[in-house]
Write a protein that binds this ligand. Structure first.
Ligand SMILES: Cc1cc2nc3c(=O)[nH]c(=O)nc-3n(C[C@H](O)[C@H](O)[C@H](O)COP(=O)(O)O)c2cc1C
Length: 321
């Protein structure tokens, strides 16, 4: 099977985040950037295979492209089935979660625990590559925290085998993973090591590599792009979505007209009235749109009322209490 030529850039992407980067958040982000690559939340491979909520899990808005499905799993044949579904559903790529240390994910034998058996990740990639023309990527950490040294050797060996298996793109969350700590504890207690990822890129000039972890401003992005091919942004993009309004101009050379905050909200009101059963979820993703603005508290009040008329009134008169 020949891998489909990727016709989008992964220079910038929004990280997969469970409960956060659902189709509604992704729809909103696409109003802000036409180019940034969007990732789904992780979907467990067994949930897709059993298929009870398959449509619900896989559906997305056509506007979301380029959008990549992230799956968690460790059975190569089943992962290949997931890749086929992603292809049939029209996703632009499929990504394996080999980095999440959460105990819940560990018990399903996917996420960072896979770093104990790197050959399983490589086998999954190989089967998935053979099953569809979709680009197959992997999101991982530097290594598990209990390996000695800085983890470079482990990451190098993993990368080498993933590349040989046909991995199209590697995303490295630039810290180690401690399995028995929750993800937040991992973030707070383990340091990021960006130079190690830059060094990895030097060792694999032909493999697209993105860096992830603690990218907390627009100014951070070009610093990383000097050394790696892409930057994946997680929490900052979720909490401050409108801060990304300039990325198309800055990183993709696209000077299209940027929607104002109010225009984004207006469109989200229209969208929420179509998907009204998901109203609470949709509104929760919009909370950061006015962060840092003088009228942020008025906006938040309107949003938290969960009444679209209040949001419309806010847009009509954004200063009045
Ligand atoms: C709420 C939340 C949910 C997450 N869910 C996933 C997930 O489903 N799959 C995954 O690979 N990583 C997941 N992560 C990790 C992020 O993708 C990312 O690697 C991490 O937040 C570090 O990037 P940041 O510092 O830019 O946030 C999650 C993180 C958060 C905060």
């Amino acid at each position: 099977m020949i891998t489909k030529k990727q016709d989008f850039s992964e220079k910038l992407s929004i990280a997969p985040m469970l409960d956060w980067t659902d189709r509604h958040y992704r729809y909103m982000m696409r109003l802000i950037s036409k180019h940034i690559t969007l990732y789904t939340e992780m979907i467990a491979c067994p949930a897709l295979i059993l298929g009870r909520n398959k449509n619900l899990l896989l559906d997305y808005n056509p506007e979301e492209h380029p959008v990549i499905l992230q799956v968690g799993g460790s059975e190569p044949k089943l992962m290949a089935e997931c890749a086929k579904m992603a292809y049939e559903w029209g996703y632009d790529g499929i990504n394996i979660n080999a980095g999440c240390p959460s105990p819940r994910v560990q018990s399903g034998k996917f996420g960072a625990i896979l770093l104990k058996t790197p050959e399983v990740i490589a086998d999954c990639v190989a089967e998935m590559v053979a099953a569809t023309p979709l680009p197959v990527s992997v999101k991982t950490r530097i290594s598990l925290s209990d390996v000695g040294g800085d983890g470079f050797q482990e990451l190098f060996t993993l990368t080498d085998s993933l590349k040989k298996s046909g991995c199209s793109h590697l995303i490295v969350h630039a810290r180690k993973a401690k399995l028995n700590w929750r993800p937040k504890e991992n973030r707070l207690r383990l340091q990021v090591n960006y130079p190690l990822v830059y060094q990895l890129k030097k060792s694999f000039p032909d493999l697209p590599i993105s860096i992830n972890g603690d990218v907390l401003s627009l100014a951070d992005i070009p610093k990383h792009l000097k050394y790696v091919d892409g930057v994946m942004i997680g929490r900052w993009a979720y909490g401050n979505p409108y801060e990304l309004r300039e990325v198309d101009k800055l990183f993709y050379g696209d000077n299209h007209t940027i929607l104002s905050r109010a225009e984004v909200v207006e469109e989200m009101i229209r969208y929420a009235s179509i998907h009204h059963k998901q109203l609470n979820k949709i509104l929760s993703h919009m909370i950061g749109l006015y962060r840092g603005q003088p009228n942020a508290s008025l906006y938040k009040k309107a949003l938290l009322s969960r009444n679209l008329d209040n949001l419309k009134a806010f847009l009509k008169d954004p200063q009045s209490p």
